[in-house]
Design a protein around this ligand. Structure first.
Ligand SMILES: [Zn+2]
Length: 122
């Protein structure tokens, strides 16, 4: 039995939450069916809208002040300040979605979180 890695370390590196070694993604954001290293089953992986919500909050907190600084402190023309801000928002969102999704999945894995079913209330 391999000691489980920290869900934060495994998630931020997009690695398996069970062994910390195998990659969790088969594509940009598509989970593999199982870990290539330890065989952990990822088919129940479902972080839902969670990663997008956290990425929106995080990126918004960066690009909103960025736009204000570009426009009012550096006094760039509106079109240039807006263009830079839109490009940074897109790049940041695309870069942060995989690690956020893998981290939420690793936290679900560690805490054995799953969708509540009727059987849970009987
Ligand atoms: Zn693994």
């Amino acid at each position: 039995m391999i000691a489980s890695p920290s869900p934060w370390a495994a998630g931020l590196a997009s690695r398996c939450p069970a062994c910390g070694k195998g990659p969790v993604f088969a594509g940009y954001l598509k989970f593999r069916d199982s870990c290539q290293v330890c065989g952990a089953d990822f088919r129940s992986a479902d972080a839902g809208d969670g990663p997008a919500v956290f990425v929106i909050l995080f990126v918004g907190a960066i690009v909103a002040p960025e736009l204000i600084i570009l426009q009012f402190v550096l006094d760039l023309p509106d079109w240039l300040a807006l263009s830079i801000t839109i490009v940074s928002a897109i790049v940041l969102c695309l870069a942060l979605l995989p690690p956020f999704k893998a981290t939420l999945f690793a936290l679900q894995w560690k805490h054995k979180a799953r969708e509540a079913t009727h059987a849970d209330f009987e």
